[in-house]
Design a protein around this ligand. Structure first.
Ligand SMILES: CSC[C@H]1O[C@H](OP(=O)(O)O)[C@H](O)[C@@H]1O
Length: 373
């Protein structure tokens, strides 16, 4: 993603030192601070506390984490231990397992002395593939936006897009998934406006998507999550597009909590609801999202407290409810495939159905693509 003429990436490999560096997203939007990852535990901690988040970026970070582990100890036991630690950091995004399995396959059968290098190269390959993948998702999504925009019958009309959470370049290595078509539509000269849903409780929309769109000059308006249904009902939204953390083989979609409500409201008001997903986020081993996708339970404190910065610019959290109030904090929900208008992948746009995904899987297997199990 070129912003102000320079590439913008959320994670970068430091070849000279064989380390990686990430933007610490817990400090955004107030501070853009790069943080070096040098060990497997650095990578695990970054994922666990959400310095990095977003399915593809979690996967890329974990891949470097596995490299760090193998650099220090490349035995089978050490590999499996590191795999298990990294896999346990967050349960819902399938890219975590997908990336760890890719690195594991890359080192399988190699001499112990060759494993670290093979893991490093695979981590780099995962990052580079992600950039290409997300640009392709953007191209396919742009064609959808063009078709919707044309139906408005006015070339100068604004396309009003609603999104949820952050599925931009900060959720991936670059471009993003759901935001990639928005960038490409904007850069192609289409008038685009984005309803940015704040996405309580972590506020990825307010702190990350708003940051990205402001950086890129894309007009946008922040809304509280509960405003989405009202805007959809009033005809103020032309299309909803979101990212995802795991898609089942039958097209059910896990995404940030609140996505399901937007899908229901979009369906109720005849607004297309797209899910942007790389093939790497499809879990071909499961079918029923509500039954089979593990939903992350995050701390109640994220609900009972609001993060912010004090007058001195220091980070602090403010209690917003009586001391001791109980809170539940499901990190994700599952939208059944029948509420999804289509999946926007790097290979094109597909119905969120078992049949369409079976055909996609068969085509990918025939092309020996590395992005499926
Ligand atoms: C392109 S994946 C983005 C996806 O990940 C977010 O969750 P989190 O910020 O908790 O990692 C959210 O579900 C986004 O849609």
């Amino acid at each position: 993603m070129n912003i102000h003429g320079k590439p913008h990436r959320s994670i970068e490999a430091e070849h000279a030192t064989r380390t990686a560096r990430i933007i610490d997203q817990t400090l955004l939007p107030h501070l853009v601070e790069w943080r070096e990852l040098q060990t497997m535990e650095d990578a695990a901690e970054a994922i666990r506390v959400m310095r990095v988040r977003g399915a593809p970026l979690i996967g890329a970070t974990a891949a470097f984490g596995l490299y760090f582990a193998l650099r220090d100890d490349a035995t089978d036991g050490a590999l499996q231990k590191a795999y298990d630690v990294l896999h346990a950091t967050r349960p819902t995004a399938i890219n975590l397992r997908w990336a760890l399995d890719r690195v594991k396959r890359a080192v399988a059968g190699r001499n112990v002395g060759e494993r670290a290098e093979a893991a490093w190269q695979e981590a780099l390959a995962i990052c580079e593939a992600d950039v290409v993948t997300n640009h392709a998702i953007g191209r396919h999504g742009l064609e959808l936006f063009r078709a919707i925009h044309e139906k408005k019958g006015d070339a100068a009309a604004t396309l009003n897009v609603m999104t949820h959470c952050n599925a931009g370049w900060l959720a991936t290595v670059d471009w993003g998934t759901a935001i990639s078509p928005i960038y490409q539509a904007h850069d192609a000269g289409m008038k685009v406006h984005v309803w940015v849903s704040e996405t309580r409780p972590r506020g990825q929309g307010a702190s990350l998507t708003a940051f990205e769109l402001k950086e890129h000059g894309v007009p946008h308006t922040l809304i509280v999550d509960n405003n989405a249904g009202h805007l959809l009902q009033r005809g103020l939204v032309d299309v909803v597009i979101v990212g995802t953390d795991r898609v089942t083989a039958h097209g059910d979609v896990a995404n940030k909590i609140g996505t399901y409500l937007k899908a229901l409201a979009a369906r109720a008001h005849g607004v297309p609801f797209y899910v942007a997903t790389p093939v790497s986020t499809i879990d071909w081993t499961i079918t029923d999202g509500i039954r089979d996708i593990p939903i992350e339970q995050r701390s109640a404190r994220e609900v009972t407290h609001m993060p912010g910065v004090n007058a001195a610019g220091g980070r602090e959290e403010v209690l917003i409810t009586p001391e001791g109030t109980q809170a539940r904090n499901d990190g994700f929900d599952v939208t059944p495939g029948e509420l999804v208008t289509a999946l926007v992948t790097e290979h094109g746009v597909f119905p969120a159905t078992a049949r369409a995904l079976q055909e996609l899987q068969a085509a990918l297997q025939a092309s020996s693509a590395p992005d499926i199990f």
